[in-house]
Design a protein around this ligand. Structure first.
Ligand code: ADE
Ligand code: ZN
Length: 336
C-alpha cells in the first residue's frame, strides 16, 4: 500500500517541534554579513559552509559562526527570525535549544534573555509560539550549570534544561550532571539530553538513570539494545528523532536505514524533528514526507506521532489541549 500522506497535508497541519537548535536557524548570507561587519575571514567559502560529514566537523563550524553572535540585538533578531521561519513551515509550537557554551562573545544571561524576547515578540506578531531550552555542553562544569539553572528558571519562555555535545569525543558524562538535573526537576523544568547519537545505548541508559530525563534527544542508537527499546516503550519515554541530521553525520546511509519506524512499531513514543533547519537544510515537512514514503506511514501515523510531541511538550495542559484541537480541526477539514 502506498502512503496517503501528501506534502499539502503535512505543510498545512499546525505542527509541534521539540528538537531545533536556534544557532542552526541562521542563513549562510547572514553569517557572511556578520563576519564581514566584524572583519572576520570566512572559515570556508559561503557555498561550502554547510557541508559536513561528521558531528565533529559540524560542531567545529557551528562553533565558528556562533562566535560571531556578539550582541543582545543579534540574539533577539535570530530568535525572532527562527520563529518566523518555523511559522512558514506550519509549526504552531516549538521548543528550541540554545547552547550558551558556543556564545563565546555574549554572556549567558543577556543571551538567554534576548532569545526569549525575540520569541515573545515573534509570537505577538503572529508567528510560531516558541520556548527556550538552554542546553549544557557536556564538557562544561556542573557548578556553572547549577548557577545557570537557578537563574534561568525565572526567565519567561525558558521551559527546560538540555545537555548536548559530542559523546564520541567526550565519553559518557551524564553522571557528572546528576545534581544539576535533580535541581532542574525540583524547579519544575523539563529535562532532555542528546544521548544515543554519537554514543551507544549505554548513554541512553545513563540519561534515564542519572538525569531523570523526561525525553531523550535522538536516542536512535537504543535500537542496538532490544531490552532498552522495550524499556523506552514500557516507560513511554519520548524520543526527539532527527532523521536527516542522523544521515548527514553518518549514522545511517539513508532515512529508510534509520530505526524510527522500528522504534515506533515497538511502541516507543517517537517524534519527528529537524535539529538544524538551515545549517543542515532540513524542514519537519520534508522529514514527514520522506518518512511516509520510506515506511508507508499514513496520515493517522503522522497525527499519532504529532500527538507524541504534544504529550512530550513542556507546556501546560491547556496549551496541549488547544494544540490537539487545532490539529483535529485541520484533520477534519482535510477529510479525515
Ligand atoms: N549540538 C548541536 N547539534 C548537536 C547534535 N546533533 N549533537 C550533539 N550536539 C549538538
Ligand atoms: Zn540536536
Amino acid at each position: 500500500m502506498m502512503t496517503n500522506v501528501t506534502r499539502e497535508f503535512v505543510e498545512g497541519l499546525p505542527k509541534v517541534e521539540l528538537h531545533v537548535h536556534v544557532e542552526a536557524c541562521i542563513s549562510a548570507d547572514t553569517i557572511e554579513k556578520l563576519a564581514d561587519e566584524l572583519n572576520v575571514p570566512m572559515i570556508r567559502p559561503k557555498s561550502e559552509l554547510f557541508q559536513y560529514k561528521s558531528l565533529a566537523e559540524f560542531l567545529s563550524i557551528y562553533e565558528w559562526w556562533v562566535d560571531l553572535l556578539r550582541s543582545s540585538e543579534i540574539a533577539e533578531q535570530i530568535a525572532y527570525s527562527a520563529a518566523r521561519q518555523l511559522h512558514a513551515d506550519g509549526i504552531a509550537y516549538a521548543e528550541i535549544f540554545t547552547g550558551p557554551r558556543y556564545w563565546a562573545n555574549l554572556d549567558d544571561h543577556p543571551q538567554i534573555e534576548a532569545l526569549c524576547r525575540g520569541f515573545a515578540r515573534a509570537h505577538e506578531d503572529g508567528f510560531a509560539d516558541c520556548y527556550l531550552i538552554p542546553s549544557i555542553s557536556r564538557e562544561q562544569s556542573p557548578e556553572w550549570a547549577m548557577d545557570l539553572v537557578d537563574w534561568m528558571v525565572a526567565v519567561d519562555r525558558v521551559v527546560g534544561l538540555g545537555l548536548d555535545g559530542n559523546e564520541e569525543v567526550l565519553g559518557r558524562t551524564s553522571e557528572k550532571f546528576v545534581e544539576v538535573f535533580e535541581r532542574a526537576a525540583d524547579l519544575g523544568l523539563g529535562r532532555s539530553a542528546h544521548c544515543g547519537e554519537s554514543s551507544g545505548p549505554g548513554s541512553v541508559r545513563d540519561g534515564l538513570e542519572f538525569l531523570r530525563l523526561d525525553r531523550v534527544d535522538h536516542g536512535v542508537r537504543a535500537i542496538e539494545d532490544p531490552e532498552l527499546v522495550a524499556r523506552l516503550a514500557e516507560e513511554k519515554v519520548p524520543l526527539t528523532i532527527c532523521p536527516t541530521s542522523n544521515v548527514i553525520i553518518g549514522l545511517h546511509k539513508s532515512i529508510s536505514d534509520g530505526p524510527i519506524d522500528a522504534m515506533y512499531k515497538a511502541g516507543v513514543p517517537v517524534t519527528v524533528n529537524s535539529d538544524d533547519p538551515i545549517s543542515m537544510n532540513v524542514s519537519i515537512n520534508d522529514e514527514f514526507v520522506k518518512l511516509s514514503e520510506a515506511f508507508n506511514w499514513t496520515t493517522d501515523d503522522v497525527l499519532r506521532i504529532q500527538d507524541h510531541a504534544i504529550d512530550a511538550a513542556y507546556c501546560a495542559s491547556e496549551k496541549k489541549a488547544d494544540l490537539r484541537q487545532r490539529q483535529r480541526k485541520f484533520a477534519i477539514l482535510a477529510g479525515l
